[in-house]
Write a protein that binds this ligand. Structure first.
Ligand SMILES: NC(=O)C1=CN([C@@H]2O[C@H](COP(=O)(O)OP(=O)(O)OC[C@H]3O[C@@H](n4cnc5c(N)ncnc54)[C@H](OP(=O)(O)O)[C@@H]3O)[C@@H](O)[C@H]2O)C=CC1
Ligand SMILES: CC(=O)N[C@@H](CCC(=O)OP(=O)(O)O)C(=O)O
Length: 317
């Protein structure tokens, strides 16, 4: 069986990566669209409704518009934008938690998690489910990401030497300083936290790779859980996951002279989870490719689950 797939937004960062990966697959026929018509509503309607699976790789507003253009009940949609992640009619595409894998398999509408949200949710959800981190814990998280997360315009800005000098883009930049980043609603919804996490993203002058870091204090946890206990819970939770690797406890040997290498999962769909800590202080870190498990890789993982084929098909571990 060959599935018809249409990528709406196929000339953008996420769309291009998806296209490259799917063009190699014998089980998929990519439906074309004339480049000059790619923003034309009428021209998009045809492939949107001929496809078995549609990927939306568009800004939020355009994704909402395209989803409404799909009237064929047999067309299933995978959306990479923020538009539907908190929508109860859509399945959140993070198979590693709870019953999401089964839900994704039978879903007609799947939203791909936000890049920053992926690290926070995978770090905390098992601990909240186990009662180690209480739902009212005051969670804070810092995430450092490569500039490709900002899409085509962001990439052009960083890769334009004159602009990069004028705007001092060689220096890491904090943003969403009002603690209002667009991933906060999905972070709260999918962890079940009572309060919004205090989330600080930082964009830096490297293209690809992301790392989230979440500090916890044993004395604020109901069972005074230690870093080692937290490591054990995460290891068991993700034991059989193909893409989540819980690294050995307090992995000093994996560090470069005490420094964390956040690009180590680039060009894979893998996410590495680390637990560091001593005495009262615990630090949970996740590293992955913002364009892999943070975007296109996660989109392909969801596609594989929806089609019932090997979850790892065309993905690097
Ligand atoms: N980059 C990343 O790491 C991640 C991105 N995402 C999300 O995925 C989506 C795509 O992001 P990304 O690929 O980075 O963004 P890009 O800006 O690189 O690409 C978006 C594409 O959509 C096209 N487009 C814009 N408006 C319309 C429209 N009305 N109709 C049809 N096409 C349109 C753009 O064309 P043109 O350039 O000509 O305007 C561009 O080709 C976004 O919602 C983003 O938030 C999700 C996870 C990670
Ligand atoms: C570097 C950078 O600006 N990153 C973007 C997120 C990229 C992303 O993947 O977010 P969505 O999937 O929700 O669009 C940001 O933090 O807003």
């Amino acid at each position: 069986m060959r599935y018809k797939v249409f990528i709406d937004g196929q000339e953008g960062t996420t769309g291009l990566k998806l296209q490259d990966a799917l063009a190699q697959r014998s089980d998929i026929e990519l439906l074309p669209i004339d480049s000059s018509k790619r923003k034309d509503k009428e021209a998009r309607k045809k492939p949107l409704n001929e496809a078995d699976i549609v990927f939306l790789c568009l800004p939020d507003e355009a994704a909402r518009e395209s989803a409404l253009l799909v009237t064929n009940p047999n067309t299933r949609i995978i959306d990479t934008s923020t538009a539907f992640r908190s929508d109860e009619n859509w399945v959140y595409g993070l198979p590693e938690i709870d019953l999401q894998r089964e839900r994704i398999h039978s879903a007609t509408r799947v939203s791909v998690p936000g890049c920053h949200a992926t690290g926070l949710i995978l770090s905390l959800r098992p601990l909240i489910d186990a009662g180690i981190v209480p739902r009212d814990y005051p969670v804070t998280c810092t995430s450092i990401t490569g500039y490709s997360g900002a899409g085509r315009n962001g990439i052009e800005e960083y890769e334009n030497p004159a602009l990069a000098v004028a705007k001092q883009l060689n220096v890491p930049r904090h943003y969403s300083l009002q603690r209002n980043h667009k991933h906060i609603p999905e972070m709260q919804l999918l962890t079940g936290l009572e309060y919004e996490p205090s989330f600080t993203p930082v964009k830096a002058s490297f293209k690809q790779g992301i790392a989230t870091s979440i500090p916890l204090f044993s004395r604020l946890l109901p069972r005074d859980s230690s870093a080692q206990e937290i490591h054990e819970v995460l290891s068991v939770y993700y034991e059989s996951e193909p893409f989540v690797r819980v690294m050995p406890y307090d992995s000093q040997p994996y560090l470069d002279d005490g420094h964390f290498l956040l690009t180590a999962c680039n060009n894979t769909n893998r996410l590495d989870l680390f637990v560091f800590g001593h005495d009262d202080k615990i630090n949970i870190m996740a590293r992955y490719d913002n364009l892999g498990k943070g975007a296109s890789g996660a989109a392909i993982q969801n596609l594989n689950l929806m089609l019932g084929c090997d979850e790892r098909y065309s993905l690097q571990v």
